[in-house]
Design a binder for this molecule. Structure first.
Ligand SMILES: [Zn+2]
Length: 425
């Protein structure tokens, strides 16, 4: 595989994500790189020597070395069925480095969310084959960086580009199933999943809709320099079911309500336990490590419980991940739709399967002390739009309607969204 395409891609990513190398873009644009296949999947990027003739501005030739222009030593695009340890083995990087990265990742668990087509970039100390830096690039707007520190631990940095959120309106009518009609109108699989999940108590999507029924959706999509990041959010939905209007509007608290301000989401419960259990350690985004003094966030709430205590799903959702992690132990991730996820760590036994639907209050695991812990406990996390928040204080759907004081603002937003959708009909 020759580098033209890959290089162009890399430049794009760099130019959008990493301001630290922006000043070097001039260099990488004239850098000619070839790639050599190390194996089927791993590509080693070998820049050619740059001559002074090509780079008249470079007075010191050593500036043009690979390290100084900060290009990764290896770049790898994740394929279905990959494991990180296999990739490390292919690159000859030690398993200790992987464990050390995973130790840092315990508080974030981002490595476990890698999907096919995500990109990994490795900076490796050539002689010792030590991993100096690892970047996981999820899309043009999101990446995380693990950088080696002097004590051989890794520092974690989350890089997010806000970019531009652009609204658009999609309208369509039912011809065949809702999902086929929605996809034909330009909505994505994720949108269809979110709509059917959100309105499942209002409509039976496989039975209630007829040919000619209409749907309208206001969508906000993230763009980085004109390129979509793949992240989007639905802001308003209207479905005309033979004369009956079904609505959903996203309020500023992140929850969906119908046009009367009544909640469409089933409430969450606050704690992942049946009874009231002792909280041994609370959420703390700025927790300092007692030994190193470095910021080492505690992104969840710990409940000190005996091994074998039932762990409860705090909301309705789908099991999207079950993992055994060297530090997080046996853990479960539940997707509740509409940007909510929860995680349950250190279990002794998992009682659910990946893909299974669960309801609020359902037993999903038995607690334990798997992974690295000082004692048995449940570590519970709530993530909103991928970011860990304090589950004890977060504004989760617990209320049944828009609070009185926010009613008029909500009504104004409904009118605005309705106008946008009406204009498209
Ligand atoms: Zn914890």
């Amino acid at each position: 595989m020759i580098s033209g395409f890959m290089y162009e891609k890399k430049n794009k990513i760099f130019s959008r994500l990493s301001t630290s190398v922006l000043s070097l873009m001039g260099l990488s644009l004239v850098t000619v790189a070839i790639s050599v296949n190390l194996s089927q999947d791993v590509t080693h990027i070998v820049p050619l020597n740059l001559s002074d003739a090509v780079l008249p501005s470079l007075s010191t030739p050593k500036l043009a070395t690979e390290k100084q222009i900060n290009l990764p030593d290896y770049e790898y695009t994740v394929q279905l069925g990959d494991s990180l340890s296999q990739i490390f083995i292919k690159l000859g990087i030690s398993y200790d480095d992987l464990l050390s990265v995973m130790e840092t990742d315990l508080n974030h668990l981002r490595i476990d969310t890698l999907q096919p087509n995500n990109i990994l970039q490795f900076w490796v100390d050539g002689s010792k084959k030590r991993l100096d830096k690892l970047e996981l690039i999820f899309n043009v707007a999101q990446k995380v960086v693990y950088r080696r520190l002097h004590d051989d631990s890794y520092e974690f940095t989350d890089v997010n580009i806000i970019g531009e959120w652009i609204q658009n309106v999609t309208v369509g009518s039912i011809e065949g199933s809702f999902s086929v009609s929605a996809l034909n109108a330009g909505l994505s699989y994720n949108d269809v999943h979110s709509i059917t999940n959100l309105l499942k108590n209002k409509i039976n999507f496989s039975r209630d809709l007829r040919v000619g029924d209409k749907f309208e959706v206001v969508h906000s999509e993230q763009f980085i320099a004109g390129q979509t990041s793949g992240q989007s959010e639905m802001q308003a939905i209207r479905i005309q079911r033979h004369g009956v209007l079904i609505t959903a509007y996203l309020h500023t608290d992140g929850n969906y309500y119908d046009k009367y301000g009544d909640s469409l989401q089933r409430a969450f419960q606050r704690h992942p336990t049946i009874g009231k259990e002792h909280i041994s350690s609370g959420f703390n985004a700025k927790r300092k490590h007692p030994v190193t003094g470095r910021i080492s966030p505690h992104n969840g709430t710990d409940y000190a419980v005996q091994i074998g205590t039932p762990v409860i799903s705090t909301g309705d959702g789908v099991i999207v991940m079950i993992r055994d992690h060297p530090y997080a132990g046996k853990y479960i991730v539940i997707d509740h739709g509409n940007q909510y996820r929860t995680r349950y760590l250190h279990n002794s036994k998992i009682l659910v399967r990946k893909g299974q639907r669960v309801i609020r209050g359902q037993r999903i695991a038995l607690s334990g002390r798997s992974g690295r812990v000082t004692g048995p406990h449940i570590h519970y996390e709530l993530l909103i739009r991928g970011k860990a928040v304090n589950a004890m204080t977060a504004k989760i759907p617990m209320a049944t309607s828009v609070p009185r004081t926010e009613r008029s603002a909500f009504a104004k937003a409904v009118t605005m969204y309705d106008k946008m959708m009406f204009a498209k009909l």
